[in-house]
Write a protein that binds this ligand. Structure first.
Ligand SMILES: Cc1cc2nc3c(=O)[nH]c(=O)nc-3n(C[C@H](O)[C@H](O)[C@H](O)COP(=O)(O)OP(=O)(O)OC[C@H]3O[C@@H](n4cnc5c(N)ncnc54)[C@H](O)[C@@H]3O)c2cc1C
Length: 281
């Protein structure tokens, strides 16, 4: 153990400090700022979106009631989908509200829906980052990227205890923010836990899963088979034998046109070579 003590500069004194700029953080910050609160967001990555952009989420789960196809979530979430321009013909949330979707967007299902000419809610990391920056700026929230919350300074005891300052670290070193209200959107409850709030931790946490995207590779059955084999071996090596059957069918071949690519990255597809899009060559 070591003791560390330092007097920290107060970097900001916002009304509301939102820790983490994932989906929850973007929603909280936009709502706070639009309601007139001076709002600051602190995010350890260099962009917003959390899981959806840093880990590449496949789609927006839960926005659509899968039985009726009706959009059942509104607010900032739906506005973000509209701003991302993912659904042809829907440039604002009100238009999306009136639409029917076949179901929630699973990667493979979404690809099939596109093939059938139906709408879907598949996410796009780069569009999300841009839309998040714009919705935060338009609402009046300020964002401090590349800044990690590392601790809190609490005042008072028992039920009177409250967070006085949130300690952050970035290239400028250590500093603190003194907000009136803190909203913990770290996805892990970091701030609440450091502040001493009680929490439950499941003794067997969900194993990490790896999401990634490969571009410009012809999707062939052989490639799919080889990917499945690599995953199978990895699962075997880690002793997750029960997962083998799921893994064998778990490699999704998504046709390139199923991804909405930002204009800057949009390239002609298929690349000039022999073969058809999404087919083995
Ligand atoms: C394997 C997996 C697959 C999933 N697939 C989907 C899917 O396809 N579609 C879907 O809708 N949902 C999916 N989910 C659920 C989705 O990830 C969550 O519902 C969503 O990410 C929660 O958003 P959040 O903002 O609460 O947290 P997060 O997205 O985790 O955002 C937390 C943010 O806080 C930041 N942060 C964390 N700690 C600190 C700190 N100390 N200081 C500063 N910043 C910090 C992080 O960098 C991050 O940006 C999936 C979840 C998992 C685990």
């Amino acid at each position: 153990m070591a003791t560390f003590s330092k007097t920290l500069p107060v970097l900001a004194t916002p009304d509301v400090l939102v820790c983490g700029a994932g989906c929850a953080g973007v929603g909280a910050a936009v709502a706070a700022a639009r309601n007139g609160a001076q709002t600051l967001v602190v995010e350890r990555c260099g962009f917003a979106g959390g899981f959806l952009t840093a880990v590449i989420g496949a789609g927006f789960d839960g926005l659509v009631d899968s039985r009726s196809g009706r959009v059942v979530v509104g607010g900032v979430a739906l506005e973000m989908v509209a701003r991302m321009g993912l659904v042809p013909g829907a440039t604002d949330a009100a238009q999306l509200r009136g639409m029917r979707f076949t179901r929630n967007a699973d990667l493979v299902i979404a690809a099939r829906q596109v093939a059938e000419g139906r709408t879907h809610l598949c996410s796009d990391p780069e569009k999300f980052k841009l839309a998040a920056d714009r919705i935060l700026a338009d609402g009046g929230a300020r964002v401090l990227y590349h800044t990690q919350v590392v601790d809190v300074i609490t005042a008072g005891t028992g039920t009177d205890a409250r967070i006085g300052e949130v300690v952050v670290a970035n290239k400028g070193g250590l500093g603190c923010i003194r907000p009136k209200v803190v909203v913990d959107c770290t996805g892990d409850g970091d701030v609440a836990a450091w502040a001493g709030a009680p929490f439950d931790l499941f003794e067997r946490p969900q194993p990490m899963s790896l999401h990634f995207r490969i571009g410009k590779v012809p999707a062939s059955p052989q490639l799919q088979q080889r990917c499945a084999e690599v995953l199978r071996r990895a699962a075997g090596a880690r002793g997750h034998l029960a997962d083998l059957r799921a893994l064998a069918g778990g490699v999704a071949r998504v046709p390139p046109w199923a991804w909405a690519r930002p204009p800057a990255l949009r390239q002609p597809w298929p690349p000039p070579r022999v073969g058809r899009p999404g087919r083995s060559t």
